[in-house]
Design a protein around this ligand. Structure first.
Ligand SMILES: [Zn+2]
Length: 277
């Protein structure tokens, strides 16, 4: 039995799949389809974990195209991805040397993210291929709805962490799946793939407008279920940064340096200080 994954119920018919403490996927037990929101690093048998929840055919829905969220896609037949995200990803997916953990093409996501848990016994670093994903079978646009049977997931395009990231809103269940766009940690907005800062500010204002409709915010890292009010707090914090009311500090990451704005135990990392936006 793999100890790489934790599969835990978090809400009715919703399971959280902790992928080796590196990222968080969600498995939704729809009556017609099993929703799989992101597939993680692809170094374990994600499909077997999903099958523990339901035998209804799985449908992957990716919040965005980063290796810690899409690299298990190859284990599934069908995947839906934001149309803008897929278009933006083409250039840099093509440029990727598809590095493995052992070739000299540069560090693989596995080297960069340094898992603390023991890798699954069946995992072979020599054949590891991050970004191993098929062409998406469906491209998603703002306002599209994905029906799983008992779940109706509305697509909200949220340019910030990446230009084409999406959130998924189930109004009936008052639940929002946010990918890396909303989390209680350091929100990475400093990447080459990130949206311009003023676009990100507008995105957080757009999400805050949903706060009254949401009780459960489910991010793609960590194990916290955040309240809807967090959307409001994040938008207010972002606006305060944009207005120059919060002091920034330099921060380095494996994906580049930036200026970090602390909002009280969590915060935003932009490529440039606000004076240079
Ligand atoms: Zn990401």
């Amino acid at each position: 039995m793999s100890t790489w994954f934790d599969l835990d119920p978090v809400l009715p018919d919703v399971w959280r799949l902790n992928d080796g403490d590196l990222d968080t996927c969600y498995v939704l037990r729809g009556s017609e389809r099993t929703g799989v929101i992101d597939t993680g690093m692809g170094i374990g048998d994600v499909a077997a974990q999903v099958a523990r929840v339901s035998s209804a055919p799985p449908l992957v829905i990716n919040t965005h195209v980063h290796p810690d969220h899409v690299s298990g896609n190859y284990q599934f037949e069908e995947a839906a991805i934001g149309a803008i995200e897929w278009e933006c990803a083409q250039a840099w997916l093509r440029a990727m040397p598809t590095p493995t953990a052992t070739e000299g093409d540069g560090p693989s996501p596995l080297d960069l993210m340094r898992p603390k848990r023991a890798l699954p016994a069946e995992f072979d670093p020599k054949t590891y291929r991050p970004y191993r994903m098929h062409e998406p079978t469906r491209l998603l646009h703002e306002g599209d709805t994905i029906h799983l049977g008992g779940f109706d997931l509305e697509v909200i395009v949220v340019p910030a962490h990446t230009r084409g990231s999406i959130c998924l809103l189930d109004r009936q269940r008052r639940t929002l799946f946010t990918g890396d766009t909303v989390l209680r940690g350091t929100v990475w907005l400093h990447l080459d793939q990130s949206a311009p800062p003023h676009t990100a500010v507008a995105t957080y204002a757009k999400l805050a407008a949903l706060a009254a409709d949401v009780d459960h915010v489910l991010p793609a890292h960590g194990t916290a279920v955040l309240p809807g009010s967090f959307l409001q707090a994040l938008a207010e914090g972002t606006a305060a940064v944009a207005e120059g009311r919060i002091a920034g500090a330099p921060m380095s990451t494996f994906a580049g340096d930036g200026t970090y704005y602390d909002l009280g135990g969590y915060g935003l990392l932009f490529a440039q200080p606000v004076e240079e936006w």
